[in-house]
Design a protein around this ligand. Structure first.
Ligand code: ITT
Length: 195
């Protein structure tokens, strides 16, 4: 079946393709130039994922999947959280986001954090399911590695000594917040709680 991702983040699309690619024919909203930009006015991952999924699904038939995700740092009381993509002051500027995170965490000893991902699946304008995943880890003191996107060069998953950017896509896609949320979705589809 065809699955349209309600995202403009090419990295998310690439990862979701790698994880699900054999099950769905995956495209994202960048392939449909007429679609409006959905404003993320929610204060939680699920609210924003729902806005994106239903906003796009109300305009096109078939299956639509939205991903809202972000990094929660314990020493920063859960920031940047739902504001992860504009933490550095400019939406989608990952270099600035990482620079701000390095600064805010300089001299901080407790460095635990987690990535969160919430997926909302919709069909023909109706919500079909909500799936979440997370991965625990710590925040590095400097950028390391060139794989992935966003905060990957600063995030060291628990049980590893390298960042997600160093570990690369094969390992990232077995343990990431996104991989875990997608697994929950696939399990629900296979158990036919969704069809
Ligand atoms: P769409 O809303 O179009 O899907 P976006 O990038 O704006 O794209 P979000 O609002 O969900 O998506 O923000 C997610 C941000 O969280 C993203 O820009 C990164 O800064 C961070 N993030 C999420 N998943 C990540 C991952 O796997 N690795 C590194 N950073 C990630």
């Amino acid at each position: 079946p065809r699955l349209i991702l309600a995202t403009r983040n090419a990295h998310k699309t690439e990862e979701i393709r790698q994880i699900l690619g054999h099950r769905f024919e995956i495209t994202d909203v960048r392939s449909f130039p007429g679609l409006p930009e959905i404003e993320e006015t929610g204060s939680t991952f699920v609210e924003n994922a729902r806005l994106k999924a239903l906003g796009i699904s109300s305009l096109m038939g078939g299956w639509v999947l939205a991903d809202d995700s972000g990094l929660e740092v314990d020493a920063l009381d859960g920031a940047p959280g739902v504001w992860s993509s504009s933490f550095g002051g400019e939406e989608g500027n990952h270099a600035k986001n990482n620079q701000r995170l390095i600064e805010e965490m300089s001299g901080v000893d407790g460095r635990t954090a987690r990535f969160q991902c919430t997926l909302v699946l919709a069909k023909d304008g109706k919500e079909q399911g909500v799936f979440s995943g997370s991965v625990e880890g710590t925040i590095g003191r400097e950028l390391s590695g060139s794989g992935g996107f966003g905060y990957d060069p600063l995030f060291i998953p628990a049980g590893h000594t390298q960042t997600l950017a160093q570990l690369g896509p094969t390992i990232k896609n077995t343990l990431s917040h996104r991989a875990r949320a997608l697994k929950a979705m696939v399990d629900a589809i296979e158990n036919q709680s969704i069809n």
